[in-house]
Design a protein around this ligand. Structure first.
Ligand code: 5RP
Length: 261
């Protein structure tokens, strides 16, 4: 492992490295988006190349699709795969029930569709994403460009009656222009600070015309793997009610880092 990898990247790598051990020959695998998911895609690619693992990978963004092809993973669409054995993705926040905020990387729509179409969703993360209450991270809401300002106004009106601490909203930008998702939509970020009832908020946001999806993932995640910079990983399984601890040996993974510039 390169010595200059940051502690956060080491932690993300450890979680990703452990998660790909869950993948078995012939599986259909949802592949998330973001820096942690990118480590997972690289680790998965290594297993494909080294072990001849056969799998079909369904990416949640064009970024992930490009990386997956680059590392030798057979990329198929969700419609081709139809149903997935497992999805592995990062998250922006997770709470004690393994409910999530996602979409910091702008891929929440495809991520939610893919995760929901999977027997199992596994989140890979470093410890900084753990919270008691969701909402410290701005909640992304994907809206269609047509009439987006009206959708935003309706979101703000809705927030008046919601159990949240902050109510500011911002249009996500890419430079001076609106950020555009893979689906051609905009993202409005909600600065809520603390969400009292995430389940209710997730449901009512999606009732607003123009809202395509929101970044609250409720009852979707089955397992969280929390990596540490020292290679320690904690695995929490919400269905089993179990917590286990293991350690990743970074020395075994030099091939993955050999490709990095
Ligand atoms: C992308 C996401 C990511 O999973 C989330 O933003 C975490 O990213 P990272 O692994 O880079 O911290 O939801 O839409």
């Amino acid at each position: 492992m390169p010595a200059d990898l940051s502690p956060i990247d080491k932690a993300k790598f450890a979680a990703a490295r452990r998660a790909v051990d869950l993948i078995e020959d012939g599986m259909r695998v949802g592949m998330g988006t973001g820096s942690t998911a990118a480590w997972m895609v690289r680790c998965l690619g290594e297993r494909v190349r080294e072990e001849g693992l056969r799998l079909q990978g369904v990416p949640t963004s064009t970024r992930t699709a490009d990386l997956a092809r680059q590392v030798g993973i057979d990329v198929v669409s969700l419609d081709e795969a139809k149903w997935l054995d497992i999805t592995i993705d990062g998250a922006d926040e997770f709470d004690p029930e393994l409910n999530l905020i996602k979409g910091g990387g702008g891929a929440l729509l495809q991520e939610k569709i893919v995760a929901t179409a999977s027997d199992q969703m596994v989140v890979i993360t470093d410890a900084s994403k753990e919270v008691n209450h969701l909402g410290g991270f701005p909640l992304p809401v994907e809206v269609i460009p047509f009439g987006w300002q009206t959708s935003r106004a309706l979101i703000e009106e809705l927030l008046e009656s919601m159990d949240v601490l902050g109510r500011q909203t911002t249009l996500r930008l890419n430079g001076s222009q609106p950020y555009v998702t893979d689906e051609g939509n905009y993202i409005v970020d909600l600065h809520l600070n603390r969400i009292g009832n995430a389940r209710q908020l997730a449901l009512v946001l999606n009732q607003i015309p123009g809202v395509v999806e929101n970044g609250l993932f409720i009852d979707i995640c089955d397992m969280v793997i929390i990596g540490g910079a020292d290679g320690k990983v904690e695995i929490r399984d919400i269905n089993e009610g179990s917590v286990s601890n293991e350690k990743i040996d970074f020395a075994e993974d030099d091939n993955i880092f050999a490709d990095l510039d």
